[in-house]
Design a protein around this ligand. Structure first.
Ligand code: ATP
Length: 271
């Protein structure tokens, strides 16, 4: 239930694309300052949930409230203004290839505060330092950087507007374990320094365990009966370790479980 500290409230949210229902009856309340990890297997609707929170996907029914306002009831102008209170760290960093690192990081400032041009460089340099990148990268283009560096540039860009909420979509996907852990540490440091609310969509249990103070696990609707809740687990990283639901334990341990049997059955059908 929402209380006075709630910054994001999701209430009985349903999202359907054509005949495919992706999210069913999702209710979640996120207090300000929380770091929430949303986990679950590929295709269960994690990214759709993230997009619904920022109004990129419209609910079929139910709603998302940010700071007490229903996102689906905002005008385009209001939505644009509210989005400046969010920072997004996209899967694959989603940097502009034709821009330098400096231009990428300061892009949101140029878009939203062109009149404050004089302070852009200072803000951009502070964020670059915060993500631990040297000034030598400023003139480079994204293609000249490693995947881990691109993610850091993406984080610096997300931070440059001093967001109240940071949304991360698969922040460590495609990175080696060491660089993944650097990103984990950066997410933790960012949270300490900026008092933000963070929502991290991830497959990476190490990230969820280390960075989050709450983990929510979604399950694909195609694998659920009509009356089963789509949120299989909602609790702390310690609590998920003791989870009894086999679908949760298989996910956190990375075990194929029933899927192996399904694959074998399919293979037999093909033969
Ligand atoms: N705009 C869209 N139009 C139609 N279907 C969509 C759209 N966006 C997502 N979907 C479908 O919704 C389902 C959930 O997608 P989503 O990207 O949220 O999964 P996910 O849990 O984030 O998966 P992954 O971990 O692989 O990124 C998928 O079946 C996808 O094809």
């Amino acid at each position: 239930m929402a209380d006075s500290n709630t910054i994001i409230e999701i209430d009985k949210l349903n999202v359907r694309f054509g005949r495919q229902v992706v999210l069913r009856d999702i209710s979640l309340s996120v207090p300000a300052g929380q770091t929430l990890a949303i986990i679950g297997e590929s295709g269960c609707g994690k990214t759709v949930l993230l997009k619904t929170i920022i109004g990129l996907v419209r609910p079929t029914s139910g709603f998302v409230k940010f700071d007490g306002q229903r996102i689906d009831q905002l005008t385009d102008q209001e939505l644009t203004r509210q989005r400046t209170r969010f920072g997004f760290v996209f899967q694959n960093a989603a940097l502009f290839d034709s821009m330098t690192v400096a231009e990428n990081i300061s892009f949101p400032l140029r878009q939203h505060h062109p009149e404050q041009r004089a302070s852009h460089d200072e803000a951009m340099l502070a964020r670059l330092a915060e993500v631990g990148l040297p000034t030598a990268v400023l003139r480079k283009h994204p293609a000249e950087l490693s995947g881990g560096m691109r993610k850091r540039v993406g984080l610096a860009r997300a931070l440059v507007m001093n967001p109240e909420v940071l949304l991360y979509d698969e922040p460590t996907t495609g990175l080696d374990p060491i660089v993944s852990d650097v990103i984990n540490e950066l997410m933790m440091r960012t949270r300490k320094k900026n008092a933000v609310t963070s929502i991290i969509v991830t497959h990476d249990m190490k990230t969820a365990q280390k960075v989050a103070d709450r983990i929510v696990m979604l399950y694909p609707l195609t694998r659920l009966a009509e009356n089963e809740p789509q949120i299989l687990f909602d609790g702390t990283p310690e609590e998920i370790e003791g989870a009894k639901d086999r679908r949760v334990t298989q996910f956190i341990r990375g075990e194929a479980g029933d899927r192996l049997m399904e694959m074998n059955e399919l293979a037999e059908e093909v033969v």
